[in-house]
Structures are given as C-alpha cells and as structure tokens.
Design a protein around this ligand. Sequence first.
Ligand code: PRT
Ligand code: ZN
Length: 293
Amino acid sequence: MDLNMQFNGNNLKLAIQKEGRLTERSIGLLKAAGFEFDYYKNRLTASVSGFPLDILFVRDDDIPEYVKDGVCDMGIVGKNIIQERKAHVTIRENLGFGMCRIAIAVPKVSQIQKIEDLKQKKVATSYPETLRRFLVKHKITVEIVRIRGSVELAPSLGVADAICDIVSTGSTLRTHELREIASVVDSEAVLISAETIAAKKKEIMEQFMMRVRGVLRARRTKYIMLNAPRPALETIKAVIPGRKSPTVVQLADKELVAVHSVVSEDIFWHVIERLKGAGATDILVLPIEKIID
Ligand code: PRT
Ligand code: ZN
C-alpha cells in the first residue's frame, strides 16, 4: 500500500485494528475525542474532518511494525502483541480496554499443578517469545509448540500437555476443561508511537494526545454530588479533595451543605463507603465527558 498516494504526508497517521476485538473500542475512543470519520466494513483508510489525522485499518499484528518503521505515526494495539514482537515503540497511553492476560493452563485432570511441573513438557502457544521469557525467568525448560489459532484445542488433540494463551473472562478455558496454573503477563490496548518522532509531526501528535487524554481521564473519573450536615464537611473534604478543592454550596437549611467534586474510578467504591460513614446523603454520581487542564 503506498500511503503517500492516498494521504497528505503532513497528516498524523494512526493505525487501528481493522476488524477484531479492539476495533469498536478504538473507534469509540477516537469519536469520543471528537474525531469524525466514516467507518464501514472493508474500509482500509479514513480521513478525519477538521483535524489532520488519517486512520488506517489493518491487522493488529502489523501495527507495531508499521509504527516502528514509520509507515504510521501512531497505533492502537494490545500490549501483548508489542511484547511478543519485542517491537521498539513507545507506549504513550494505556487505554483501559482490551483487558486480558496471557496465562498457562492445563487440562483439569492433568497432574500438572504448578509451573515447575511443566519441566520437559510440551506447551502450545501463539506467544512463543512471551512464554520463553517467562520460562527463562523461572528457569524452566519446556518444549514450546507454536500454534497460530485455537490453541485451547492442543491438549485434547494430544499436541501438547499445556497451553499458554490469552484469557479474558476464562470461559474458553472452562469450555475446554482447562485449568489456569499461572499468569504470564497482563495486557490492555495501548496507544503507541515510534521511539523518535519526526519534527514535523510533533505538534500535531501533541494535539491529538491532548484530546485522547481528555477522554481517558474523564473515563477514569466520576463527578460526585452529595448533601451533608455542616459538621461533616471537613471529613468529607478530606475524602474527596477534588482536582483543586471541592465546591461547597450552602443549602436553604443552614445545617446542610452540598458538596461537588471528582473521584477517580479505581477508588470510587471505597470513597462512597467513607462518605456515607461521614454522614453524606443523596449522593449523585455523573459521568464526565472530558477533562482538559
Ligand atoms: O485479524 P487480526 O489479526 O487483526 O485479529 P486477531 O484475531 O489476531 O485478534 P483479536 O481481534 O482476537 O484480538 C485483538 C486483541 O484483543 C488481542 O491481541 C488482545 O490484546 C485483546 N484481547 C482481549 C483478546 C481477548 N481479550 C480475548 N479474550 N484477544 C483474544 N481473546 C481470545 C483468546 O485468544 C481466547 O481464544 O478470546 C479467548 C479467551 O477469552 P475468554 O473470555 O473466553 O477468556
Ligand atoms: Zn492478529
């Protein structure tokens, strides 16, 4: 594909998965960041209106190399692929979707209980490099059987004693009567760029990143509103300090105040418990669209 034939060379070129588990969420992130483009099946490229960004729809496996070689400036791909390829690219943001792990599993009935029991056994995987590194770290020698798809079938076909594959919900392992014995590495979708950025692309990449970060931060944060008795205010302010300081509004009832603030999603439930404990009532939680500093 000669990209220069199709695109303005000064535009930022972003590669995303054409059709697969990351496609919908990648497109959703770009749209949430305000980038408008048409997407339909079998489309190879799209241009964004009002922003110098071109999108390439490709196989996920090709994305690290495209970015490393400068065919594209940035890409959205699973961390698992980057690690497997040992691709020299820079991870700019974790994107909070495509969550999975690479894990080792054995048939439920197998004698193998722990990774040490894998010594001299056969392990089937599409991630030979990731597995190799894990085994070197644990000083275990196995025979790695490289398989491209349907790795979970390998033990029942007699091809291997264990598998090393992507696990998300664990339902594929359950369906195939497999039992996880070790987690090798965690993965999620990431935004990558080349290690060195061409000078003419730096500014536009920063603008692109600012928009994407605005969405990511908003997704990780909730807006919270609550009522509280005035004496509880100091405790509540300590629990939800806000981005700078919470908004405190006097209610008609002089004994009550309303407090507005933002809370990070990872500590959200913990915070709610503490707020209730401090006497907060009528707690409202709202999504935030964007956070820009
Ligand atoms: O055609 P192309 O090469 O672009 O796509 P692909 O078929 O190689 O990849 P795809 O779309 O299956 O996955 C793209 C990326 O999604 C992966 O590289 C991971 O980063 C991420 N991801 C997240 C997953 C899963 N979750 C996942 N569950 N990739 C694959 N799976 C498969 C896994 O291989 C296993 O067969 O789902 C099964 C396990 O899922 P659970 O939920 O049953 O545990
Ligand atoms: Zn792939």
